[in-house]
Design a protein around this ligand. Structure first.
Ligand code: DOR
Ligand code: ZN
Length: 424
């Protein structure tokens, strides 16, 4: 019997409203009552914060198709180093994850080579092209936990409405990348003062807001869960707030980069500031922070989007959208949200655990005895400088290299197995 005793940690368990110093006992992959262990391995966690394992509902693993940028092995290793015990794999691989076979492939490689739990997300449409619905029933049978065409957005509203009805009948939440393409076409950054000054083509906030409005209408009409990926504008947050107040089953996520950076950074012409949706204005960033603080936005997700140096080291206009985020999420959010007192440590943990679990329909995601031992431990005092050369990810496309941060992942445990340990 394998036993582990995590001692003297500040245990924070948002679902049970728990914040107290104590021990967590683990036997055979499951959390058990303290005192039940015979001869456990003991790790002293004095001064450290222990929580349920972080869940990231928005990760691009790039396998199959672009294994130079990332693989299931390297992406899950990066997740473990970032404190994530479960990640939802986006389907915009090559080939797309739009068939049962593709999902079976992902699940098999994840079991063989992955170090954290990989939850597959299937496409809503074939090839993610937005033209024809994917075989949603067979995707469900193959084990997908959600549906998304992330990277793209279904423009045909009739088709989208049909997809929402199918998603409901198969009990699958929709994770939608909200982008109206005629407004976004040709844009490479936020449309605003900085796009004018820099002479670059802009992507207006309205491109996102139109689709958020559409999705709220369908979520209400069909009474089904639609989660808005990487929300980036003030108006989007306002619409989400009003819809949630009416009891419409919509949720939203914000990324660490939209919470901490603005479109002004694009003046560096560094393609690590290019992602979709783009970094927005300071007013939009403040609105996201307000949404995080007041509970409108219940999820922080990374949109970990690896791209090779070769792909990113080109003119801004020609670079692909996206940055990596798994290994910087906790320190960036801790430094930008918790240290200035915008949110508390339990609130931050909730956005990384209970919030995402709820989106996926996972009930009671907590540290109560009997639950799988998926656990994250971090040091809330540790200060250091982010160094991209230490990353487990195969890619290096981050705007956070060299940032002075506070908050360091010390331990990641998946089903009672230590998959990352550093400094404890
Ligand atoms: O910046 C992004 N990168 N946004 C997306 O929606 C897709 C992602 C990617 O796959 O690279
Ligand atoms: Zn997206």
């Amino acid at each position: 019997m394998s036993e582990l005793l995590l001692k003297n940690a500040r245990i924070i368990d948002p679902v049970r409203n728990l914040d107290e110093i104590g021990d967590i006992a683990i036997a055979d992959g499951v959390i058990v009552e303290s005192g039940a262990l015979k001869s456990p391995e003991v790790i002293d966690l004095t001064g450290k914060v222990l929580s349920p394992g972080f869940i990231d509902v928005h990760v691009h693993l790039r396998q199959p198709g672009n294994t130079t940028a990332e693989t299931i092995a390297s992406g899950t290793a990066a997740a473990a180093a970032g404190g994530f015990t479960s990640i939802v794999a986006m389907p915009n691989t090559s080939p797309s994850a739009d068939t049962a076979g593709a999902i079976e492939y992902l699940r098999r490689i994840a079991v063989e080579q992955g170090v954290v739990k990989v939850l597959p997300c299937g496409n809503m449409t074939k090839g993610g092209k937005g033209e024809e619905m994917a075989g949603i029933g067979s995707l469900k049978n193959a084990g997908v936990v959600a549906l998304s065409d992330d990277g793209k957005c279904i423009q045909d509203h009739g088709l989208m409405r049909h997809v929402v009805e199918y998603a409901k009948s198969f009990d699958l939440p929709i994770l939608d990348h909200c982008e109206e393409t005629t407004l976004a076409a040709g844009g490479v950054m936020n449309e605003g003062k900085w796009s004018v000054l820099l002479g670059m083509n802009g992507i207006p906030g309205a491109s996102e807001e139109l689709i958020i409005a559409r999705n709220i209408i369908f979520a209400r009409e069909i009474n089904w869960k639609i989660h808005m990926q990487h929300v980036s504008t003030r108006e989007s947050v306002d619409m989400l707030r009003r819809a949630r107040a009416k009891g419409i089953p919509v949720t939203g996520e914000a990324t660490p980069h939209h919470l901490s950076l603005t479109d002004e950074y694009v003046k560096k012409f560094d393609t690590n500031y290019k992602m979709n949706p783009p970094l927005r204005s300071e007013d939009d960033r403040q609105a996201l922070i307000e949404g995080i603080a007041d509970g409108t936005i219940t999820v922080i997700a990374t949109d970990h989007a690896p791209h090779t140096q070769t792909a990113k080291l080109v003119e801004f206009d020609h670079a692909p959208f996206g940055i990596i985020g798994l290994e910087t999420a906790l320190p960036v959010c801790f430094t930008r949200l918790v240290v200035p007192g915008i949110i508390t440590i339990p609130q931050l943990i909730s956005k990384l655990t209970a919030g995402p679990a709820e989106v996926l329909g996972i009930r009671d995601y907590s540290l109560a005895a009997g639950h799988a031992a998926d656990i994250t431990v971090f040091d809330p005092e540790a200060e250091y400088v982010i160094d991209k050369n230490t990353f487990r990810s195969k890619s290096r496309n981050t705007p956070f290299d060299g940032m002075k941060v506070r908050g360091k992942i010390n331990l990641t445990v998946v089903d009672g197995r230590i998959v990352y340990r550093e400094g404890c």
